[in-house]
Design a protein around this ligand. Sequence first.
Ligand code: HEC
Length: 272
Amino acid sequence: MSNWAKRLAAGIVAGALAAGSASAAEKPSKMGLGRQALPEEIAAWDTDVQPDGSGLPPGRGTVKQGEEIYLQRCASCHGEFGQGAGRWPTLAGGQGSLNADRPNKTIGSFWPQLAPLYDYIRRTMPWGNARSLTADETYAVVAGGGVENRRSLAGAVLWKDNHWALLGAGDLARALAAAPSGLPIVVEVEDDAQLVRALAAGVRHILVDNQPPLRVAAWVRRAGPDVTIQASGGITPETARAYAEAGAQLISIGALTHSAPAAPIRVDILPP
Ligand code: HEC
């Protein structure tokens, strides 16, 4: 142990002894550390949200707003449908798993009430960027997330590249016909042929994967105003404008979080 480290350790021990010998009447402030928290500081943290909704801040948000915020701020980790991207936690499914060896704690299984869910999201999410959503944005996310995740993964038909590879257009038509009305149906499209087949099958939400803005613009025109086109795949804050101008109503940018640069914050302890 270097000299300065020894001195530091001795200082800490001396401090601990002094604290140990302090009588109950003496306030810990005798150690010269910290200060009393101000009432406003305590009030800022002292939120007490109850399952019945008491203690929630005023605000409002719709499912549609929530979907957009979720796609921008949450989907990079939790997946577009709450299925979890990579090894990030899933938010959907998990019902009946809480007594299992590896419980799957999701909105459906672990967060049955919306008020504590709101409180949790407001305090902690997006992970690493907590409290960056306004009260209204959080309400919108809870409104959207609540609907989506209580239905679990079975609550939306997501037809992706693997389905195209393994199943035919007839299966897509059958899936659409079998889906209860109101169930979101999203079909990922990577080429003209898939787009044509999806539109012919009556799909109203197309997820365009890995295409340049020019092709997105062509597909937006081809799909018409009744179809929501969502651009995804390799889009960055720099290229997002081009996709917006191409007419995509929704844009997914995973880069916002999974490629966020690390801030150079460090603590150096220097010898005295
Ligand atoms: C950078 C990745 C990341 C982003 C972005 C993110 N989360 Fe999370 N989320 C996590 C991690 C990690 C946990 C688990 C935290 C824990 O267990 O302490 C979590 C947990 C949760 C949970 C609780 C699930 C459980 O295990 O009980 C909810 C609900 C949630 N997130 C919602 C959101 C919402 C809503 C957003 C967007 C506003 C969001 N998250 C954005 C990483 C992320």
